[in-house]
Design a protein around this ligand. Structure first.
Ligand code: AMP
Ligand code: MG
Length: 342
């Protein structure tokens, strides 16, 4: 009898404790819609999440993006990339696992694109004044050639065991500007997935990932900007568990002698790539989409489209004069607002 009395009390206490714990849990894990914007990678970054525990998940995703920014930004003195650059031609530098992985993947993409995407582009970016350290101008041809000699992704030596990175020549420098945003978006999405979030939008500048659907049976819709008309949207694409990224000549550029020079440089010539005004790539992996968009911009219309088809990606290329070129998988994908609302 005594035993069953205690058992009953114990059970009541257990239920009450469980109820309180559940209340506490649901207080922190409410179903919400949460959006926060920050300034990272020299651009606007935002995470928009809906679901249980949306705020916590979004904040953690944003913190991860910030961490990646701090490690990969070559303009902050104590980033991993700055440490590697300062020791170019001197000695290997041990870096965080995150930076090591980002570099390993970047070098793979450099190989895949025959070096038109090259993470050692730093000296050329500097000589054209596209970095934070100078003003944009046409440099002397000798300066271009001298910088060009220092651009070669095959001169980055990785040591998998020690997690060290070594740039073999003095003056070489890494610049992950073409892939860091995609890499950060990817990491943020992994965080959200690990928190069981199934509906979110993550963006770093022009690099966006659409996780799941916006609402039941309603996919996320992303506008593609017209590179030739500021503020105009060319059309929309509906995305689900995919990323979209655009490299364009409309944000960082300068005019000189009647010609437009943009921040994407051709490692084969040392001069800004010409011919394309914007390249939009849709792929599952945002880091790859980011790197490929930059590579296609350098390659130009024909070779660029060939690379897209080879990688089974989806792309829209807009030539400098405005003509549109669509990859096979892009055909029929760009819609007007009216078509989407139908
Ligand atoms: P994105 O806007 O993603 O195309 O990246 C452009 C940025 O990547 C530039 O601002 C440079 O920092 C860097 N970059 C320029 N040209 C190249 C290139 N050929 N390969 C790799 N990175 C580049
Ligand atoms: Mg890019």
């Amino acid at each position: 009898m005594v035993n069953s009395k205690y058992l009953l009390r114990f059970l009541v206490a257990l239920v009450l404790t469980g109820f309180t714990a559940w209340q506490g849990f649901s207080f922190y894990q409410q179903w919400t819609h949460y959006r926060e914007t920050r300034f990272l990678f020299d651009t606007e970054v935002f995470v928009e999440v809906q679901g249980w525990g949306a705020k916590n998940a979004a904040l953690e995703a944003l913190d991860t993006m910030r961490e990646i920014h701090l490690k990969l930004d070559r303009y902050s003195e104590d980033s991993d990339i700055s440490l590697i650059n300062r020791q170019a031609g001197q000695q290997p530098v041990r870096v965080s696992a995150l930076t090591y992985e980002a570099l390993r993947e970047s070098l793979q993409i450099a190989g895949l694109t025959d070096g038109v995407f090259d993470p050692t582009i730093g000296p050329l970016v500097k000589v054209w004044g596209f970095g934070e350290e100078g003003s944009r101008h046409i440099p002397d041809p000798e300066a271009v050639q001298a910088a060009l000699k220092l651009v070669d992704y095959r001169k980055v030596i990785l040591n998998d065991e020690q997690k060290t990175v070594y740039l073999t020549d003095t003056g070489m420098s890494l610049d992950l500007g073409a892939v860091a945003k995609g890499y950060a978006v990817n990491a943020a999405v992994q965080i959200l997935k690990s928190k069981n979030i199934s509906s979110a939008l993550v963006a770093a500048g022009g690099n966006i990932y659409a996780l799941g659907q916006k609402n039941k049976d309603i996919p996320w819709e992303i506008g593609i900007r017209d590179p030739l008309q500021n503020g105009r949207v060319l059309g929309y694409v509906e995305l689900e568990d995919q990323s979209i990224d655009t490299s364009g000549d409309y944000e960082r550029f300068f005019w000189a002698e009647g010609k437009k020079y943009s921040h994407i440089l051709d490692p084969r010539t040392g001069y800004p790539a010409q011919g394309i005004s914007s390249c939009t790539v849709i792929m599952e992996n945002p880091a790859l989409a980011d790197a490929l968009a930059t590579a296609v911009f350098v390659l130009g219309l024909n070779e660029g489209l060939e690379l897209i088809e080879r990688e089974n990606a989806t792309a829209l290329l807009i030539a400098s004069k405005g003509e549109q070129y669509l990859s096979e998988k892009m055909k029929g994908k760009i819609k007007t607002k009216e078509q989407i609302l139908e």
